[in-house]
Design a protein around this ligand. Structure first.
Ligand code: ATP
Ligand code: MG
Length: 331
């Protein structure tokens, strides 16, 4: 256990987790949880960077995300699931990192820019502009070697590596430069076929959706607009449903592509097959989830235990950080 490499990754508690989260990061976390010492952060402070007007939602969303994790197969006996705001050392490290981070570097971060646009910010708050600094602290306080995430996180990981190098260079080499691990699908498109699947865009299939919700959403998904009759030859390359077959129905995808191009399969049948695959993926999650949704005290205990353990690790790193910086006057 002690000499395993570490993983740190997580999500903002801003709503339910969806298939994009699963293929972008969550599936890798489940797969690697035995090989790595895994820390999974529920980044509630980071959620406040955009949702500071509604802090009352944080509690419910935090428990929702924790339940989604457990349903997806994160095993609380081996993965440490914890809450960001409960670890003050993360915020302390964020402050030290912010001393040598320039405003321009943050302003030019492409993910910060596109999210600011998406949220309609004409000006950015200090907290929002600085969230990559706090993310660098989340990762490096656990000395994580590997960070499984989706494509939008590439600039943040590059930035974290730079911060770690700078810290180690300025003071003493106590922090670890993390590697990124992109998911099998680093950017899953939403049901609208335009933007990425996202909690805030109403284009998602959630891990907690039941069979009839899945079927309804898949039936409404965008397909090849040039196809009017089911015998018309289709163009899978422009079809969202085909995109999903590629990811979630690898056994049949080649056959479906051929049948579509030859006009031998209609969109309705094609969609039904996809809905069946998605349902099969989510069914075992439903079973695991029921154990937790019937017993909310269990989820709370898991979060409290995980947070206690994560706090111990964060305190150890911060002792080393303060020693390296000479901020240990009373020792
Ligand atoms: P919000 O709209 O609140 O920002 P989100 O859906 O973008 O929510 P985050 O909590 O910001 O979700 O992202 C959590 C993790 O999931 C990150 O690693 C991110 O890269 C990954 N992720 C999110 N959406 C997708 C997607 N559509 N495809 C692949 N990975 C994704
Ligand atoms: Mg996001």
């Amino acid at each position: 256990m002690e000499n395993k490499k570490r993983i740190l990754t997580g999500d903002r508690p801003t709503g339910k987790l969806h298939l994009g989260h699963y293929v972008g990061s969550l599936a890798n976390r489940v797969k690697l949880q035995e090989e790595y010492d895994s820390y999974i952060i529920i980044a509630d402070v980071q959620a406040l960077t955009t949702n500071f007007e509604n802090p009352e939602n944080l509690s419910q969303d935090t428990f929702q995300i924790a339940e989604d994790y457990l349903a997806a197969g994160l095993d609380p006996e081996i993965s440490t699931i914890f809450v960001q705001s409960m670890i003050p050392e993360i915020h302390e490290l964020t402050m030290y990192f912010s001393m040598f981070t320039t405003v321009n570097v943050l302003r030019h971060n492409p993910t910060v820019k596109s999210e600011a646009q998406q949220h309609g910010f004409s000006d950015m708050t200090y907290g929002f502009l600085g969230y990559p600094v706090s993310q660098a602290a989340d990762i490096s306080i656990f000395k994580a070697h590997l960070v499984p995430v989706g494509e939008d996180q590439i600039p943040h990981l590059e930035f974290t590596r730079k911060i770690v190098r700078r810290f180690n260079d300025l003071y003493r080499p106590v922090l670890v430069e993390p590697d990124i691990l992109l998911g099998e699908v680093p950017r899953l498109v939403g049901l609208d076929g335009k933007a990425k699947m996202s909690k805030s865009l109403n284009n998602s299939i959630y891990l907690s959706d039941d069979s009839s919700e899945i079927r309804k959403k898949v039936m409404e998904a965008v397909t090849d607009p040039a196809r009017i009759h089911k015998t018309d030859p289709g163009h899978p390359e422009v079809c969202t449903v085909y995109e999903y077959h590629k990811v979630f129905n690898q056994i049949e995808v080649e056959q479906i592509e051929g049948e579509c191009r030859r006009g031998e399969i209609g969109c309705v049948v094609c969609k039904k097959r996809l809905a069946g695959c998605l349902d099969a993926l989510l069914e075992p999650m439903r079973e695991r989830r029921s154990k937790y949704s019937q017993n909310p005290g269990l989820v709370k205990d898991i979060l409290m235990e995980g947070t206690k353990k994560a706090h111990r690790v964060a305190k150890e790193t911060m002792d080393e950080v303060r020693d390296a910086m000479g901020i240990n006057y009373f020792k």
